[in-house]
Design a protein around this ligand. Structure first.
Ligand code: ZN
Length: 291
């Protein structure tokens, strides 16, 4: 644990002018989220939340892609037989509790997203209060191809509205930055080479506002969503997600059920790769071939 706080490997952290900048720094793997990256990311969020010198939090990513999703390898010993209990325990902490905690940090946050943002990648940008997308950003959640009805944290319906939520899930296709702008999922779309400067300018503008009022404004919106059922729905659909994992385990024809984790191979990518090699998912393919 001390290693994560003292010298993070996958996360860069910087504070200047009341803005904390958290950077995903695993570009060689398209910022795939292994457990260490997520633990370091959670530590960075906690640090920014606790620091009275920080008014605004920016989450950005190094490299071509924001994040290609989850990567199970590296989270300690993986049992020979992956049980549903193991999956739920792993996912409840890192894909549900972390995401909700980041969403509830009482300071404004802004995600800057470029390139691919696939499945678990959504769990990093959705909890941010604002999202600035580069014009090359593409958002997708192709897990129906893996036999599962959507990634663990069901932001889809809240972010996209019910019809677009169904479309992104039913088709598995990537939606462009302009397309999700029209649903209100992102605040603005900027040229790729302006992503950092535009995000920084927005953060600087917000950082001039009174911190306590910002906190109350954020709470007003989040509390409204919670009264509408956001929190209960997120918890409920997490369990729906787990029935997907359970069903896959019960399917005798599913060759992925007893998949052994090879060196450098991830759960999600292995499933994507074996389940649908033709899927348009270059971040994943790039990761597979680089290991
Ligand atoms: Zn899952």
């Amino acid at each position: 644990p001390t290693r994560l706080e003292d010298a993070p490997v996958y996360i860069d952290y910087d504070v200047s002018d009341r803005i904390a900048t958290i950077t995903l720094n695993r570009p060689e793997a398209a910022n795939a989220q292994n457990p260490e990256l997520l633990d370091e990311l959670d530590a960075a969020w906690s640090r920014a939340a606790a620091d009275s010198e920080v008014s605004v939090i920016v989450l950005r990513a190094n490299g071509k892609h924001f994040s290609a999703g989850h990567d199970l390898k590296g989270g300690g010993p993986v049992p020979d037989k992956i049980t549903l209990e193991f999956i739920i325990e792993h996912e409840a902490k890192r894909y549900l509790e972390y995401t909700l905690r980041w969403r509830n940090v009482p300071k404004p946050s802004i995600a800057a997203v470029q390139g691919r943002c696939i499945s678990g990648g959504l769990l990093l940008c959705w909890p941010c209060d604002l999202i600035v997308a580069a014009d090359d950003a593409q958002f997708s959640d192709p897990v129906v191809l893996m036999g599962i009805g959507g990634v663990e944290y069901h932001g889809h319906t809240w972010e996209l509205g019910p019809r677009k939520a169904k479309e992104i899930l039913f088709t598995g296709r990537a939606m462009t930055a302009d397309e999700v702008l029209s649903t209100g999922m992102v605040n603005r779309v900027v040229p790729r080479d302006r992503l950092d400067t535009e995000t920084r300018a927005l953060a600087e503008q917000i950082a001039t506002m009174p911190p306590f009022a910002l906190r109350q404004a954020k709470r007003a919106v989040n509390q409204t969503l919670d009264v509408q059922g956001f929190y209960a729905a997120i918890q409920s659909v997490f369990d729906v997600h787990q029935t997907g994992h359970g069903n896959r385990r019960d399917d005798p024809d599913d060759r992925n059920d007893d998949h052994q984790f090879d060196e450098g191979e991830s759960l999600v990518f292995a499933m994507l790769y074996h389940g649908s090699p033709s899927i348009d998912c270059p971040g994943a393919i790039q990761f597979m071939s680089s290991t």
